[in-house]
Ligand binder design. Sequence first.
Ligand SMILES: Nc1ncnc2c1ncn2[C@@H]1O[C@H](COP(=O)(O)OP(=O)(O)OP(=O)(O)O)[C@@H](O)[C@H]1O
Ligand SMILES: [Mg+2]
Length: 497
Amino acid sequence: MEYILEMKNISKTFPGVKALNGVELKVKPGEVHALMGENGAGKSTLMKILMGIYTMDDGGEILFNGQPYHVHNPKEAMDTGVAMIHQELNPILDMTVYENIFVGREIRKNGIVDKRAEIEEAKKLIADSGLHVSPTETLRHLTVAQCQLIEIIKAISVNAKVIVMDEPTAAITDREVELLFGHIRKLKAQGVAIIYISHRMDEIFAICDSVTVYRDGTYIGCGTTKELDEAALIKMMVGREITDVFPKLDAQIGEVMFEAKHITRADGKVKDVSISVRKGEILGIGGLVGAGRSELVEGIFGMHRLSGGEVYVKGRKVRTRTPSDMIKEGVALVTEDRKVTGLNLRGTVNDNISMVAIRKALVNGLYSQGKARKLSQEYIEKLKIKTPSGDQIVNNLSGGNQQKIVIAKWLLNDPDVIIMDEPTRGIDVGAKRDIYLLIGSLVQQGKAVILISSEIPELMGVCDRIAVMAEGHLSGEITRENFSQETIMTLASDIAV
Ligand SMILES: Nc1ncnc2c1ncn2[C@@H]1O[C@H](COP(=O)(O)OP(=O)(O)OP(=O)(O)O)[C@@H](O)[C@H]1O
Ligand SMILES: [Mg+2]
């Protein structure tokens, strides 16, 4: 048998959306198979069908190990040998590590859950994985990377033959990515197949053997990473060639628009950092995940207590600094974690987009749904947000499209200074390019942009200047003519040059 998993002619229709249209996916044992496509292409939907979370439309066929495969929920999928590490990790935070590993398949003795046996078994599994956590720790106290590893441990312990990883690196540090890749290689060697979903090209070529590409719910093609290169893959995904992945528009750089001086956080996560950005300028903030970049901008934005520091907008000192004060001063913060600070997932696209700009949706002092609808329609088009209408519930949109809504929401408020924290995370190549062009047009209009990113090519592509942070302080600043990958990396790891 050549394939461990064969999905053939799979379709899925949601009200108003044909998410998948007769696609296929064929995975061999022991390979890492990338599933690629633009935001909303249908990748997560296919994987949810595989896990029994969604039922497919009639006419599709799934074979596992050569046998017909029918599952109705993730537990049945797990029992059969298919496990998934989700795009949005949603662990029950009050659960302990061992409870999570054995949920739904508790070890019992005389009908009663044998906690001690579960803890012992969990301890062994954790030790084998090289993770350093106690089995009785609650998930709340673990990092995203640790939660992910627990999920992987769980998959290994049920003897999964196929493990789905949907954007597993979206929220973990570079060092943790290396650790994850180590685990993937080990699983591969044991003959486990991995279905790997990611928008990061470097990862695809680093860890994957083959790639299947979808576009708009249809199957485009499949090939090996040896025979494909980045340009070919992009063309399959977006349907045209993109030569200029990081477009930079010319803008007139003017006077200083925004300054933060000697920012020091009460919790010690940011130490004496000063940055400034001019009208028409894009300032990048580089550094490793955990260097204090989000902590800096959240401190500036009034989300955390500072023990020192001052903020100036257009030369005027901001006296009281709360998020709503900052918004009034014309500063916007597009946050990194869309689930926590960015979006109301149960609200509609329209509700979310108009949330920050309520004042704009007022007609004679009253909130007008019609006005909100029109405003939001404008941004759905501008950012090419893929949704059947503005009335769609945000939770039903694909991950990347949710991210675009966070951006739209803030732009509607027409800020002068826009701080963006990893705005392109989870966003496909074509849409990333749209966002760079959007940032470019913002600075052309005389706004100032601060862009936090972990992707060095992105920073070097679109910024005028890059400030680099390491361990809570500023380790250096580079202007465009001196940009180099090496300098940025050196500053990020804060080794004296
Ligand atoms: N529960 C749902 N109800 C309605 N529409 C849905 C639902 N789930 C997904 N969709 C729609 O199906 C399409 C495919 O979404 P899916 O999440 O599979 O995309 P994706 O390829 O995983 O994208 P991303 O890269 O952004 O994660 C999108 O248009 C999405 O809005
Ligand atoms: Mg997805």
